[in-house]
Design a protein around this ligand. Structure first.
Ligand code: LLP
Length: 438
């Protein structure tokens, strides 16, 4: 992947850094992010859109990996940022991210979050439902500030993906339904509200999608709707946001398209469909998360114990697990791994990689072939850049790992490893108990 290579010592090297050196400097588990590859992915989107000649915005879906260094990188690449909470907003603002390029998502934004976002002057709210619409208008009114919005609609398209992460179908907690009239009604409402400026609609059909058909079907539904809304309500959309969901290759058999092909297919389907309805081509916005950071991440672990059950399975345990990567336990996601310190050795042993949490489901990989694994080996799991650090927890009071950016042979910490102080930092012992303790 990317700038990963094997060096003369037979060690895995990422971004020009020997992974065994990284382990010595920073310890394990360690998230290593290949900065050049992240930037390359950003540029693939931006350049592919530039070639279409259409107006566009690429907003990085920060939920995939939201830390200040990442927000700064996205800013440098000239992209926008999709956030879904006050915490992500705070992170972006602390990193100096320009508020006008921030889009705020979510199906239950609190009044406090809305206020914080209006005060910061963010570029756009993606409004999920009518309750939010009226609350937003009221808060914006108190502040005498008109806000830009998109409506999140559910186009009724189901993408080929794991059911827990599909969001495009009708029975979903997200968005306003196109087919049952809720989206239409919301637009009627919005035109009556003085502090709301409607730019267009948003649809997100799922995640880790390999085909373009789902996006094309969504565009089809959206344009039909846009034409109806124009004819009957005299509202013209200037923006169509197609969300994220572009897939990446985790393991053999995953067959994502190159980013440029997703972009091309979407752009073509928008231009041709809208011109068919004699509708001015709107700006296209997208919100990729996984496909920006997913394949840039490698997690390094130290191998500890093992348990060999003859004729059944050999479990090899590492010093992390579901606390730093909950995806296998949550979604049965699959990953590839290698021994970073013996990267050229022949693979001869079928093992399963276990985490260290007190829970049988804490398995990182079922069945992977590796050189005969020993205690102290460094295991590298690839494609851990998206929804790993972002979803990490302190289960079992395990400290979350550090994150380093590597680039051109240099490594810099962008998130420090958590300390024991961090672990107990918010704990308080009630006064009554203090008195009874010696
Ligand atoms: N836009 C919206 C409105 C979304 O809900 C999402 C992801 C994205 C953009 C970015 O999607 P991406 O390009 O990253 O696929 N935790 C799950 C993934 C949940 C995705 C939720 N929404 C996982 O680890 O697979």
């Amino acid at each position: 992947h990317g700038t990963s290579t094997i060096n003369d010592y037979g060690h895995l090297q990422v971004g020009g850094c020997d992974t065994t050196d990284l382990v010595e400097r920073f310890g394990t588990p360690l998230y290593v992010m290949d900065e050049a590859l992240i930037r390359q992915r950003c540029r693939e989107y931006v350049e592919a859109f530039r070639e279409t000649g259409l107006k566009f915005q690429v907003a990085y879906a920060s939920k995939a990996f939201c830390v200040m260094a990442m927000c700064r990188l996205v800013e440098e690449e000239g992209m926008s940022l999709d956030i879904v909470s006050d915490g992500e907003l705070y992170t972006a603002l602390q990193a100096g991210f320009p508020a006008e390029r921030i889009h705020f998502h979510g199906n239950n934004k609190t009044p406090m979050e809305i206020e914080m976002a209006i005060d910061a002057g963010i570029g756009c709210f993606v409004v999920d439902n009518l309750v939010e619409l009226h609350m937003l208008n009221a808060i914006a009114g108190q502040k005498r500030q008109r806000v830009n919005i998109l409506f999140r609609i559910t186009p009724g398209v189901e993408a080929h993906t794991h059911e827990y992460i599909s969001t495009g179908q009708t029975d979903s907690k997200f968005g306003l339904d196109l087919d049952n009239g809720s989206a239409y009604h919301a637009i009627e409402e919005a035109t009556k509200l003085p502090y709301i400026k409607l730019l267009g609609v948003h649809s997100h059909i799922g995640s880790q999608i390999f085909e373009v058909q789902g996006f094309q079907m969504a565009v089809d539904k959206v344009i039909g709707f846009a034409a109806k809304v124009r004819d009957e309500l005299k509202v013209v959309f200037s923006v169509i946001n197609l969300g994220g969901g572009f897939g990446i290759r985790y393991v053999e058999g995953d067959t994502p398209l190159p980013i440029s092909q997703y972009v091309k297919a979407i752009a073509e389907s928008i231009s041709s469909n809208f011109s068919r309805y004699d509708y001015p081509t709107p700006e296209i916005w997208v919100e990729p998360g996984r496909s920006i950071v997913g394949d840039s991440g490698t997690t390094l672990y130290t191998v500890g114990t093992h348990k060999d059950i003859p004729g059944v399975r050999k479990y090899v345990a590492v010093d992390g697990g579901m606390t730093d990567n909950p995806r296998p336990a949550l979604y049965q996601s699959r990953y590839e791994a290698m021994l970073a310190n013996r990267a050229t050795e022949k693979e001869e042993e079928l093992v399963s990689i276990a985490g260290k949490c007190c829970e049988s489901g804490d398995m990182l990989i079922w069945d992977v072939t590796l050189p005969e694994v020993q205690s102290g080996d460094i295991l590298a799991v690839s494609c851990t850049g998206a929804y790993n650090y972002a979803m990490a927890s302190n289960y079992n009071r395990i400290r979350r790992p550090a994150v380093v950016f590597v680039n051109n042979g240099e490594a810099e910490v962008v998130v420090e490893r958590e300390s024991y102080e961090n672990i107990v930092g918010n704990d308080r012992i009630p006064a009554r108990m203090k008195q009874t303790t010696k």
